[in-house]
Design a binder for this molecule. Sequence first.
Ligand code: BG6
Length: 464
Amino acid sequence: RRPTPAIFVLYGATGDLARRMVLPAFYTLAEQGLLPEDWRLIGSGRGDVAHEDFVGHVHRSLEQFGPKPDNRTWGQFRKKLRFAGGDFANDDGGPLIEAVRQARQDLGEDAQLIHYLAVPPQAFIDLTDSIGKHGLAENARVVYEKPFGTSRKSFRQLDRAVHQVLDESQVYRIDHFLGKEATQDLHVLRFANRVFEGMWNRDHVRAVQIDCPETLDVADRTDFYDHTGAVLDMLVTHLFQVAAEVAMEPPASLEPADLQAARESIIAKFRPLDPDEVVLGQFAGYRDLDGIARGSKTDTYVAARLWVNTPRWRGVPFLLRTGKRLAETRQTVSLILRDPVGPFGDLPPDGNVLRFALDGSGEIDLRMVAKAPGVGLKLGVASARVPISEVAAEEPLPPYVRLIHDVLTGDRSLVTRPDGLAHVWKAADPLLSTRPRLKTYQPGSWGPAAAKKLAAPDGWLLGQ
Ligand code: BG6
């Protein structure tokens, strides 16, 4: 069943996130027939962009970030695009009010209004207030990007401001790492296969590594990045949510509310980060980039050891790492398994690892010790790899496609919850108040050497 007609207001429509992620995802939904029968996408942004220029902007975004617009889908798609410039915070709300009124007239009063805030977090409160002030909150859904807050205090302020205007059921805080196919396989593989559920605990798992190095630079988004840094951009957002996916207790059912509750409630058990167990870095040359503040202390790299205080995970380190301008781009979640008690003495190091690759279209990989062929008994390490694209004939969905579809259909399973986020900021608090000294690292390297100690005795699986 297709979702009900929708009016999708995209704030920050000419910004980086909209170009790279949101507009391509919206177009993919159109291509796959997953949008409602009828819809409007109203771009909102400062400045006066002529209608044709906005259509051109959307077309260029697709050309650059895909999927390439074809004549048939694009011909229909472009007719539903609108742009409303001006300042929405003004007393009369500017042209956006008229654009929404017009869209309601075209689609019917029951059309689902969706506000998508593809803007920096500093703009969330004002925009939410304006949505309320101009009467556009009723029955609407509002999508917030991460980070939702930047500290314990700002999270509380933002949460209060949001709930003054919206009921929790209207709020969609998204974290696109949760929308990745392989991230969702963490709970599917585990709860649908007894062998994996049986080993998902401290008796079998020695350490968990969530490792997301990136070769990427930040040169085209210095303004956002210099105000954010790796801890807020990745660690306490994407990597914490993925850690919650790994650490959660079984949900009561696979209903969206139960899945969401299982993931978000485990965050309460994250032990607040100890700054002595965190390494922060900045790549050499970062401060010379255009748009970066002189002497900036923004972290472009973080490695941290997180502990989850539950009987299931007591004593198992969760090692989280990410950074810009590193040697490789990968997104991996690895459960490093303990050696069996048995007749074999020394086994190959890291011979038994269950690894999820979250990047690309996703892959699951089980590394295991096996007999090397030939006479005698020599051990080798073999690997069973399952690309997720081979699980079924359907193409894996890019995360933003999945998440926007969830918003259109009202599925909240991947939405983050305020109680979970309150605990995220509680766990992050010691690090945000006592920041370890920033270490410089060379672009193309694996980051500051100090991070090696965090992962001792195993070391990091990547980059050895
Ligand atoms: C974004 C971060 O949320 O995620 C970026 O802001 C990061 O800094 C990106 O590069 C990585 O996600 P993806 O979709 O490229 O896997």
